[in-house]
Design a protein around this ligand. Structure first.
Ligand code: ADP
Length: 519
């Protein structure tokens, strides 16, 4: 048994920290005691320490698998600075550098060796590795191993082969920031980690205040917001390069010192824009999701999403770049229902077809986040599998002082309409039937004959669609993603239909409960 005191002294002498964060200590204790471990910590939680400290205690070279090629050099440089011998092997090395590093590694010259997963596609590389003394393999961004993850990388599938290649099996430490329960199970199964050996630390970031803003002129909102927060550092994420360029021009014109970042800029431009932001020359960074990986700027006071991102993992990772210094910071998402169509389109276009259902399910959770009236912080954290949570008390929903009205009867109207329509249609069609639309398709299916036809004709289709989104976000309706999204009544929904559960909605007045038969 190796004591945690030894690890603590390594922590303070090499890294200058006086104590471990809770998760770090548990993860390190596990691996030092020979347990394969899954470590789930939010971005900025301090995952690197979990393998860097053991690497200074264990005999041999710890292998670190990481897909973030652009960060490897920085990490290795940082280790050199504190006197830790380390190296990396990835596609940026010349063949001379590659063979030199491999030779040194085989001679045991490094404490840590970082490797890009693509290397494992080569059996001869795995063979070379197996000649080294590797006490532990740390697999960073371990969600990449899972088809259910948001960033599946086929090369990660080689991991079990790599682990099996050694005479003495190395300890496995899988690390990720973005694991939903399904992904966690998948990582454990594929790497044969006992799920009991999962170390998970608080996803809660209590200094962040979340809000979702709907139905606003987004450009104006951002202009006003930036002005109000003049002098503070912030990131604005937009979905497309075009939107980034456009916002950049608008804010620049209004006199804000802005920078921008997207894949359409040259490497040099991106670097210089990033530097301007990091050095506070430009206060506001407008960027696509290409920006931010590995950015360690602590004083970011706000992150605004100009459009809804494709899933909660991306959202929390991006929003979570605010407030790394622990000071109060704001995370705002500007939502428009158009965003859902855009993201659906992108998923349909870009994914391998077998991944589409999983991606659509993730998108649905993102949409639910935008429509929930419950605590936003709690929504996010429970998405990542933490339970027993309290309301944060400060997000836009917790502070929404509008009175909540009972909308049980309205929800029942929608649910019974969904059932009468056979639970095989999408939101728009359901809204059309409820509002009594004479749309051709509605008539074709004879839905004008249903008792629920026109039950909500005092509202327009948009209002009813929004209401359906609300019901979905409360889990009374579910969405099945086939070629088209189909809406069905969930088990919880059935409890509403049988009056076992009442539903409330803020700022909403129930429509008159007069049915057609009433005078
Ligand atoms: P992650 O990989 O989980 O995103 P990092 O390993 O990059 O996080 O660590 C994030 C920040 O936290 C770094 O600036 C690091 O120096 C700091 N940090 C890590 N562990 C500790 C600790 N025990 N005490 C204080 N700061 C720490």
């Amino acid at each position: 048994m190796i004591s945690i005191e030894r690890a603590l002294s390594v922590l303070s002498s090499y890294f200058g920290f006086s104590s471990f964060r809770t998760g770090q200590e548990n993860a390190i204790r596990n691996v030092l005691n020979g347990k394969d471990t899954l470590c789930v910590m939010p971005t900025g939680g301090g995952k690197s320490i979990c393998y860097q400290v053991p690497a200074l205690i264990m005999e041999g070279t710890v292998l670190v698998v990481s897909p973030l090629i652009s960060l490897m050099k920085d990490q290795v440089d940082a280790l050199h600075q504190v006197g830790i011998p380390a190296a990396y092997i990835n596609s940026t090395l010349s063949s001379e550098e590659y063979f030199g590093t491999l030779e040194n590694a085989q001679a045991g010259m490094y404490r840590l060796l970082y490797v890009a997963p693509e290397r494992f596609d080569s059996p001869s590389f795995i063979q070379q590795l197996s000649k080294m003394e590797i006490p532990m393999i740390a697999i960073d961004e371990a969600h990449c191993i899972s088809q259910w993850g948001h960033d599946f990388r086929p090369s990660y599938r080689m991991m079990s082969k790599v682990i099996g290649a050694f005479e003495k099996k190395p300890i496995v430490l899988a690390l990720t920031a973005t694991a939903t329960p399904a992904v966690r199970d998948d990582i454990c199964e594929q790497l044969r980690i006992d799920p009991e050996h999962t170390v998970m630390t608080g996803f809660e970031r209590s200094n962040l205040t979340f809000s979702v803003i709907k139905g606003q002129d987004r450009e104006k909102y951002v202009k006003d917001y930036v002005k109000k927060n003049e002098g503070e550092a912030g990131i604005i994420y937009a979905a497309t390069r075009k939107a980034v360029d456009q916002l950049y021009t608008v804010l620049k014109k209004s006199g804000t010192p802005v920078a921008k970042y997207h894949a359409g800029l040259s490497d040099l431009e991106r670097q210089s824009e990033q530097d301007r932001f990091l050095m506070d020359e430009a206060k506001v960074m407008i960027a696509t999701n290409a920006f931010g990986m590995g950015i360690d700027k602590s004083n970011i006071r706000y992150v605004i999403h100009y459009q809804m991102p494709k899933n909660m993992e991306s959202y929390y990772q991006e929003a979570g770049r605010a407030g790394r210094d622990g000071l109060d910071s704001e995370c705002t998402l500007l939502f428009s229902s158009q965003d859902v169509l855009t993201q659906r389109f992108l998923i349909d276009q870009s994914q391998e077809s077998n991944r589409i259902p999983a991606e659509l399910e993730k998108l649905q959770s993102m949409v639910d986040y935008c429509h929930t009236e419950s605590c936003l912080q709690k929504f996010i954290i429970s998405y990542f599998g933490e339970t027993d949570l309290e309301d944060c008390g400060k997000c836009a929903n917790c502070t929404d002082t509008r009175e909540a009205f009972e909308v049980t009867v309205d929800v029942q109207k929608v649910l019974s309409c969904v059932i009468r329509m056979g639970q095989r249609f999408g939101k728009t069609m359901i809204a059309q039937v409820l509002t009594g639309s004479r749309n051709k398709k509605v008539l074709e299916f004879n839905f004008d004959q249903l008792s629920t036809y026109g039950l909500m004709k005092d509202r327009n289709t948009k209002e009813v669609s929004d209401f359906i989104e609300f019901i979905i976000s409360e889990n009374y309706l579910g969405v099945e993603n086939g070629q088209f999204p189909i809406i069905y009544v969930t088990e919880q929904g059935k409890d509403v239909l049988t009056n076992k559960v009442k539903v409330f909605r803020k700022g909403s007045v129930e429509t008159k409960q007069i049915t057609k038969e009433d005078p």
